[in-house]
Design a protein around this ligand. Structure first.
Ligand code: UGA
Length: 425
């Protein structure tokens, strides 16, 4: 059992803390936001993540304080490992901004024991290891990278069942110390240099984003040519060199990771005077996909959005999360509003701050009421259980776009004048 401190209690931090505790380690979580640590102490999670509230209730700790915003408590805890999980926002040139990570390193400088290891979980660019060491000013304290591959919505499951645990370190000895924390997890474990570990993370996210852009373009092509998308994807995914996961088309990929990490990888390449044209194309293709959704909706609304009411199901960037950061739904709604539409949006958990012309509906039915067009933008399973005849009786128009291909076509097709999916039949 080791003593693990987690700095920064967002999606990654909370999941890391709960996961490390499940693996048998003593944990403490530190965040500068006192309201956050207080609500976590009441087992009240500030974020929505499946199974998290329950996991918080079952935290197993001999220490009285698990969540704190007092540095003094962190000092008293005497951690062996400090997991840095603070945000790395995108700066104006697309690069990841290290300001919070370096602030934490400076704070840790005066409080971390000489035997401790600072573990970078935050996604940071090549060269960050050296910058953190410099900010830390403690040559005897090791700095390593241990990137996370957690998907929002299934973060706890992903933590406990990863495909890979990777630790980037200056020495095999310190890498092994960190890998030892995961000894109860049965997965592939590798140690690399710090920069290689950081690049694995960027490469994985950028590759997956590129793959999705490819699939979304394929969906557009199927729609135009009449080829059957499901068959094409089944064929594609059956090739074991390609595989079948992450092939679902949608209104564009979003979230706090893919858009930021693809741009950050481009920024790293450009720092070394290199281009990365495939990633440029993936980003461009993603913008095109969102624009195409707006065009389709405009067509379904009769060629103009002026004065039209559009019902939107799904505001989060994907199902099972309340996160709306870089959500295609938000970008698409902004375009609809800018073109004169009124938008009635519903999501089972995500809430959007009011924009002019936007109304947050409390139920899926309320969002459909009076709508000229209904659009499904997030793949919540709740939407598959809704009776289309009820929805069609509430709407003014009779056109639906299922941009996630999740509701049962046949029922919806007979109920509505026009039922479209991205990718066609
Ligand atoms: C992503 C990665 O999947 C994680 O491995 C990584 O750890 C995380 O970023 C991170 O860097 O922290 P996440 O952003 O939570 O996880 O979401 P994903 O499930 O990857 O979805 C990203 C976007 O792709 C969403 O908009 C989603 O709707 C879209 N998507 C995903 C599709 O359109 N089709 C798919 O088949 C899969």
């Amino acid at each position: 059992m080791a003593k693990v401190a987690v700095i920064g209690l967002g999606y990654v931090g909370i999941t890391t803390l709960v996961g490390m505790n499940k693996l048998g380690h003593e944990v403490i979580g530190y965040d500068i936001d006192q309201s956050r640590t207080e609500s976590l102490s009441r087992n009240d999670s500030p974020i929505y993540e499946e199974g998290l509230e329950l996991a918080l209730q079952s935290l197993n700790s001999v220490e009285k304080i698990v969540f704190t915003s007092q540095l003094g408590e962190l000092v008293k805890f005497k951690a062996d490992f400090f997991f840095v999980c603070v945000p790395t926002p995108q700066s104006s040139d697309g690069a990841a901004d290290l300001v919070f990570v370096l602030q934490v390193a400076k704070q840790l400088s005066s409080i971390c024991p000489g035997y401790s290891v600072v573990v970078l979980k935050s996604t940071v660019p090549i060269g960050s290891g050296a910058k953190v060491k410099q900010a830390l000013q403690r040559p005897e304290v090791q700095v390593v990278s241990n990137p996370e591959f957690l998907r929002e919505g299934s973060a706890l499951r992903d933590f406990m069942n990863p495909d890979l645990v990777v630790v980037g370190a200056d020495s095999k000895q310190v890498a092994d110390r960190v890998l030892q924390l995961y000894s109860n997890i049965d997965s592939r474990k590798i140690s690399t240099s710090i920069d290689s570990a950081l690049l694995i993370k960027y490469a994985t996210n950028s590759y997956l984003a590129t793959r999705l852009s490819f699939v979304n373009s394929l969906a557009a092509l199927c729609e135009q040519t009449g080829a059957n998308l499901e068959d094409v994807l089944q064929g594609l995914g059956s090739d074991s060199r390609i595989g079948s996961s992450f092939l679902k088309p949608g209104p564009g990929w979003g979230g706090s990771c893919f858009p930021k990490d693809t741009r950050a990888l481009l920024a790293v390449a450009s720092e070394f005077s290199l281009e990365f044209p495939i990633i440029d194309a993936a980003l461009e293709s993603n913008t095109q996909t969102m624009n195409r959704v707006v065009e389709i909706i405009t067509g379904l609304a009769g060629g103009s959005l002026e004065g039209k009411v559009i019902g939107v199901w799904g505001l989060a960037f994907k199902a099972n999360t309340d996160d709306t950061r870089e959500s295609p739904s938000i970008k698409i709604m902004e375009a609809l509003l800018a073109n004169g539409a009124t938008v009635r949006g519903y999501d089972p958990v995500a809430v959007v701050t009011a924009a002019q012309g936007f109304h947050q509906a409390l139920t899926a039915e309320e969002a459909a009421k009076g709508a000229d067009v209904l659009v499904i933008l997030t793949e919540w399973s709740e939407f598959t259980e809704i009776d289309p005849s009820v929805i069609s009786s509430l709407m003014v128009g009779s056109a639906v776009l299922d941009a996630r291909r999740i509701v049962k076509n046949e029922l919806w097709k007979t109920e509505f004048g026009v039922f479209r999916t991205l990718g066609g039949e």
